[in-house]
Design a protein around this ligand. Structure first.
Ligand SMILES: O=P(O)(O)OC[C@H]1O[C@](O)(COP(=O)(O)O)[C@@H](O)[C@@H]1O
Ligand SMILES: [Mg+2]
Ligand SMILES: [Mg+2]
Length: 338
């Protein structure tokens, strides 16, 4: 009997993978690696709270509205506290842009070189009904000198300046998927060992697919181009899949091929999703996996942010499907201001 068969390797931990990747960058100083570890630690704690959210008094509304005018759920607030605390204690982030905070947060880490934009809990409408939810994060290097708090210029950088981006999906299993601009890798959480293990190396998204994800409840106010594209998907007998948690819809389509669309609608004339901590990080990931992302006209990563919580229309997924949707929109007259 080959003894090694008795103790099969458990795999590559996230920590070890981060360290190995750091070696790819001769001038790396370990700060970005530490920041990614800080995010992973907070994700483990939030995962524990999500898994037992039905048992502890963590369900339901918190009783406040965030800057978006959305009712904050208790888990939105808990996740926000956990990630901010981990990033503040970790010392690498000087400023945090969070969906749940009106203003950018000065962490006090004046030597910190990084800005983190974060959606602490994505898919809030699905929190209390045991449907997959997530966390989305984006990392930029500051442009202002260290030794002082981060500035507005540090916060409002286009997506092309991201040095890392990722998401955590709290689903049937918990996964962390991230990129530092060197491919996309996915790690599955093993709760009994408290470790993320490499489970999805070098993710590549299929060039096309037969899944489309859009809230058809808003179809009355879809632009003619969006309506025509949705009809095309229906005529082609694509599968309509819409969980209502961006992270979960994006993750499925990333692995299987497909397109997620959140266009401008009467209810959300500028789109619903936020450029800095929802669209840019997922656009960085999808492009690193061979996919495509735009606002229907311009590449998401090249959009110039004017405000931390600005929204934008979002088309993301398999490159051929997103390009096709853009062609349908191009046949429309371009609405003013897009
Ligand atoms: O209910 P709608 O309008 O379809 O919107 C669903 C979308 O809104 C979101 O819930 C917005 O994110 P938050 O939950 O972080 O606010 C996305 O996850 C999801 O894709
Ligand atoms: Mg969100
Ligand atoms: Mg959120």
């Amino acid at each position: 009997m080959d003894a090694s068969k008795l103790a099969l390797p458990v795999g590559t931990t996230l920590d070890r993978f981060i360290m190995r990747k750091q070696e790819d960058f001769p001038y790396a100083t370990g700060e970005l690696s530490q920041l990614l570890r800080d995010i992973a630690l907070a994700a483990k704690i939030v995962n524990r709270e999500i898994n037992r959210s039905g048992l502890i008094d963590i369900a339901g509304a918190y009783g406040n509205q965030n800057v978006q005018g959305e009712e904050q759920q208790k888990l939105d607030v808990v996740a926000n506290i956990r990630f901010i605390r981990a990033l503040r204690n970790g010392g690498e982030a000087c400023t945090i842009i969070s969906e749940e905070d009106d203003e950018a947060i000065d962490t006090g880490n004046v030597q910190g070189k990084y800005i983190v934009a974060i959606d602490p809990l994505d898919g809030s409408s699905n929190i209390d009904v045991n449907v997959s939810i997530g966390t989305i994060f984006s990392v930029y290097r500051r442009v202002s000198p260290t030794g002082q708090p981060g500035t507005a210029a540090d916060c409002l950088q286009p997506g092309t300046h991201q040095v890392a981006a990722g998401y955590v999906i709290y689903g049937s299993s918990t996964m962390l998927v991230y990129t530092t601009g060197n491919g996309v890798n996915g790690f599955t959480y093993e709760p009994s060992l408290g470790e993320f293990f490499l489970s999805h190396p070098d993710i590549q998204t299929p060039r096309t697919g037969t899944i489309y994800s859009i809230n058809e409840g808003s179809s009355n106010s879809f632009s003619p181009g969006v309506a025509a594209f949705v009809r095309h998907c229906q005529d082609a007998q694509f599968s309509a899949r819409y969980i209502g948690s961006l992270v979960a819809d994006f993750h499925r389509n990333l692995l299987k091929g497909g397109i997620y669309l959140y266009p401008a609608t009467a209810k959300n004339p500028a789109g619903k999703l936020r450029l800095m901590y929802e669209c840019n990080p997922l656009a960085f990931i999808v492009e690193q996996a061979g996919g495509r992302s735009s606002n229907g006209y311009a590449r998401t990563l090249e959009l110039e942010p004017a405000a931390c919580h600005q929204r934008c229309p979002f088309f993301i997924g398999s490159p051929e499907l997103v390009a096709l949707a853009e062609r349908f929109l191009a046949q429309e007259t371009v609405p003013a201001g897009v």
